[in-house]
Write a protein that binds this ligand. Structure first.
Ligand SMILES: *[C@@H]1O[C@H](CO)[C@@H](O)[C@H](O)[C@H]1NC(C)=O
Ligand SMILES: *[C@@H]1O[C@H](CO)[C@@H](O)[C@H](O)[C@H]1NC(C)=O
Ligand SMILES: *[C@@H]1O[C@H](CO)[C@@H](O)[C@H](O)[C@H]1NC(C)=O
Ligand SMILES: *[C@@H]1O[C@H](CO)[C@@H](O)[C@H](O)[C@H]1NC(C)=O
Ligand SMILES: *[C@@H]1O[C@H](CO)[C@@H](O)[C@H](O)[C@H]1NC(C)=O
Ligand SMILES: *[C@@H]1O[C@H](CO)[C@@H](O)[C@H](O)[C@H]1NC(C)=O
Ligand SMILES: *[C@@H]1O[C@H](CO)[C@@H](O)[C@H](O)[C@H]1NC(C)=O
Ligand SMILES: *[C@@H]1O[C@H](CO)[C@@H](O)[C@H](O)[C@H]1NC(C)=O
Ligand SMILES: *[C@@H]1O[C@H](CO)[C@@H](O)[C@H](O)[C@H]1NC(C)=O
Ligand SMILES: *[C@@H]1O[C@H](CO)[C@@H](O)[C@H](O)[C@H]1NC(C)=O
Length: 702
């Protein structure tokens, strides 16, 4: 017993010593403040390169330095006495010059960017020639147009989204959190006159360690080794993948392929976007403008009575992952060639694609066509015919059509992947003649304000959703033009009255760019998918497959499928069981139709809803680059983009003591560790004395 008491006293003493030391400076009790609204930059890989950002395994740490103007940089890059630094970079300085400097410095351990107002001079970290090498123009085909020769589409692009950073870069999405960090900086780090640091200093740790390195070839090979030799295979990267969405005016039997004589007019738009940061892609002009316009055209056409008797069918397609070297369109073409899609390339009569369309100058819409395929007279005549139909359709619509010069190449477009496979007559419609009107291409600033969606102040949510903005009005004109054109291309009469509804357009813009959790989207959403509804706009970043298995549709895809069903489908009198399993219903024709059970509108004066079944021809198609099915990870024909896996993405701030104090703490820690070893050994050695059996003592009350 004596021994035990002695040991106890001894341990107690060590503890007192420890706490005493720690209380000497409150800093030692490292208090971490987690940052809760951040967006990281992550690592992506293609056949040959890795791009994006990463931290070391346990995160990178540095003393915070706020950089709000040029003059704050030298402290980080040269004079500051306590490198490495975590740079709290003002959004306005998140530009080429600053990034270049920070990237080249070994005194920088990471960057946290604050959100700023969209810079009026523009901002794009994407490349100047998007999707170069994967479109129609290569050194083998139309080489005079390859590498954007003759027309640089995104001249503001700095290309930083495609560079490799050796440190983590995070975006701080919440101003209040940014303020917490700045306050910590002001309280502890603001350099005094003597420029000697006064500990403790406020530091930040950014953790975003990436498992994949070098290239998709390397990481996919590692994945496959894992799957063949490991019981618990752990992938290091996943292919970028999602779903294309399509629907047809006349229902198509999806268990067959169309007969060669059945012809289809294809209307196309894209369904994804990106920015420098992961899962941050508001994509207002680059994606939503065309997406919404095409949906409005689809609605307008479905209201026309005689579409079922038109000589040709009309198919609406929305391509996923186009930003990453045309994932969705290349997959659809591949499936069409393999006979795994109900429509084949030979069935395509003509192709009309909407690219960025919301920023028209004087309501001018530019018609782009491919100069290479038009050297074939047959094709040229058909394209000319298509353009004439567009021009006829534009009468009475507030859209001024203009053709770009015959010798200009197509802008980056899904249509290029179809032209690669077959000379299809088609056009791409945009709001720009040469360079993008979009000053924020593939950036976090390509949002509602970029396409001038202004609401009068003081509107309630529902009022704002119904308020027809100028943008909505203008896009509905384009939608009318598109609908009329498709109708005539399908063999319809040009006298039929077709008009897109600006109210639908404005609701969609509200749902896709302001708030997806609105009363309309709530009523048309499948209950299982309702977490896709958020009090903010959806992000259009394509998802990653999970080591070969299909991903769940991302939020914008869910929203699109719901809106498409609502606008082009019909309510049917099916029970929930019949709707979710159409085999149980007579006359469901499930090869032709898709059925969804939606939440329905709110009942009068109640919070409960009236769900119902919608029948439509909307479908989704798994969109992963064919390169992964073919195991051609080094492909130059198909997209090879993969996303690295990671364990943890985390950002936090805390106070660090001076180096000396840290050393003392460490030594104390080690000393205590050794002492406790000695004590344990001592106690164990004398265990028979210390813990004598108490059996003979009878029951002891503790
Ligand atoms: C991979 O991406 C890098 C960076 O954008 C690019 O330079 C390279 O050409 C790409 N590789 C292929 C095979 O496309
Ligand atoms: C920041 O804090 C203020 C006041 O507490 C609050 O009104 C505002 O909504 C917060 N902003 C964000 C983005 O959380
Ligand atoms: C993040 O959330 C945690 C827990 O809610 C809170 O303690 C912390 O202060 C938040 N971080 C910031 C910077 O506000
Ligand atoms: C720093 O210098 C300014 C003027 O040069 C002086 O007013 C201030 O007291 C100094 N502060 C410290 C902490 O020395
Ligand atoms: C032009 O295109 C048509 C249709 O694609 C094709 O049948 C024809 O052979 C082509 N003509 C030439 C001269 O290549
Ligand atoms: C969506 O809005 C409703 C009220 O209209 C609210 O009850 C619900 O919590 C919101 N959902 C989300 C995910 O914010
Ligand atoms: C589409 O949504 C509107 C508004 O909620 C509703 O009135 C209409 O019945 C819906 N259409 C279908 C086919 O469900
Ligand atoms: C819908 O179906 C139910 C039974 O399946 C039937 O009782 C009801 O009358 C039908 N309603 C309409 C509007 O057809
Ligand atoms: C669709 O095609 C399949 C296969 O030929 C056929 O069995 C089925 O009856 C067709 N469905 C309809 C609704 O025509
Ligand atoms: C809903 O409430 C209003 C007044 O709040 C009332 O006049 C109306 O009768 C109610 N309707 C139903 C269906 O209960």
């Amino acid at each position: 017993m004596m021994m035990m008491a002695a040991a106890g006293v001894f341990l107690g003493f060590s503890l007192v010593l420890l706490t005493g030391l720690c209380q000497g400076n409150s800093v030692e009790r490292k208090i971490y403040i987690p940052l809760n609204s951040t967006a990281p930059c992550v690592r992506l890989l293609n056949a040959t390169h890795q791009i994006g950002c990463q931290s070391s395994r346990n995160g990178d740490t540095g003393v915070i330095h706020v950089v709000e103007k040029e003059e704050d940089l030298p402290w980080v890059l040269e004079t500051g006495p306590t490198p490495p630094y975590m740079v709290l970079l003002d959004g306005n300085l998140f530009n080429k010059e600053t990034l270049q400097k920070l990237k080249g410095s070994t005194r920088v351990s990471g960057i946290a960017v604050t959100y700023a107002k969209p810079p009026p001079e523009g901002f794009s970290l994407d490349v100047q020639c998007p999707n170069d090498g994967f479109g129609l123009y290569t050194n083998e085909h139309g080489s005079q147009y390859a590498h954007c020769n003759g027309s640089v589409w995104n001249p503001l692009g700095t290309g930083f989204s495609y560079q490799d950073f050796r440190f983590p870069v995070f975006l701080l999405e919440n101003e209040n959190e940014t303020e917490v960090i700045k306050q910590c900086y002001r309280d502890h780090n603001v350099p005094g006159n003597d420029s000697v640091p006064r500990y403790p200093l406020c530091a930040m740790q950014l953790s975003a360690h990436m498992h994949a390195v070098t290239s998709s070839v390397t990481c996919m090979r590692r994945n496959s080794i894992q799957t063949s030799f490991s019981i618990n295979p752990e992938a290091v990267c996943d292919s970028l993948a999602g779903y294309n969405v399509w629907s047809a005016i006349k229902p198509i039997n999806t268990s067959l392929t169309l007969l060669p004589e059945e012809q289809v007019v294809v209307s196309a738009a894209r369904l994804d976007g990106r920015s420098f940061f992961w899962n941050l892609a508001p994509a207002a002009e680059s994606t939503v403008s065309a997406l919404v316009t095409q949906l409005a055209a689809a609605e307008a056409l479905h209201k026309v009575n005689d579409t079922q008797s038109l000589p040709r069918n009309i198919m609406f397609t929305f391509f996923q992952g186009e930003v990453f070297d045309y994932i969705g369109s290349s997959r659809m073409v591949y499936d069409m060639q393999k006979g795994r899609f109900p429509v084949r390339l030979n069935n395509i009569h003509s192709f009309v694609e909407l690219s960025q369309v919301a920023l028209r100058n004087n309501s001018v819409l530019w018609i782009h066509s491919d100069p290479v395929s038009r050297t074939n007279e047959t094709v040229d005549t058909e394209v000319q015919n298509l353009i004439n139909i567009l021009k006829t359709a534009s009468t009475g619509v507030n859209v001024t059509l203009q053709e770009v010069g015959q010798s200009q190449a197509l802008p980056p477009a899904s249509f290029q992947r179809f032209l690669k496979a077959r000379n299809i007559p088609g056009v791409v419609l945009t709001d720009h003649r040469t360079t993008y009107n979009n000053k924020y291409y593939n950036s976090m600033y390509d949002m509602a304000e970029t396409i001038k969606m202004d609401y009068p102040s003081g509107l309630s949510q529902d009022e704002a959703m119904e308020y027809v903005t100028e943008t909505a009005q203008a896009l509905s004109e384009v939608a009318t033009l598109l609908a009329k054109t498709l109708y005539q291309l399908a063999g319809g009469n040009d006298t039929v009255d077709i008009k897109a509804d600006p109210h639908t357009v404005t609701r969609m813009l509200y749902g896709f760019l302001v708030r997806s959790n609105n009363s309309w989207f709530q009523s048309i959403m499948v209950p299982e998918w309702k977490e896709a509804l958020e009090d903010k706009p959806p992000q259009f970043y394509v998802t990653a497959s999970s080591m070969g298995s299909k991903p769940i549709p991302n939020n914008p895809t869910r929203l699109l499928l719901s809106v498409l069903a609502n606008l082009t489908g019909q309510a049917v009198n099916f029970t929930k069981e019949q709707c979710q399993n159409p085999d149980k219903a007579t006359d469901a024709k499930k090869e032709l139709y898709d059925y969804i059970w939606v939440q329905g509108p709110l009942k009068d004066n109640s919070t409960s809803r009236e769900p119902y079944c919608i029948r439509s021809t909307k479908r989704s198609q798994f969109a992963e680059s064919p390169a992964f099915e073919l195991n051609e990870w080094g492909s130059t024909e198909y997209s090879t983009w993969t996303e690295s896996r990671w364990k943890e993405i985390r950002a936090r701030i805390f106070l660090v003591p001076s180096q000396e104090l840290q050393v003392i703490t460490l030594i104390t820690g080690i000393a205590i560790l050794i002492l406790s070893f000695v004590a344990t050994y001592f106690i164990q050695a004398k265990a028979d004395i210390l813990f004598t059996s108490t059996e003979d003592g009878g029951s002891v009350a503790y």
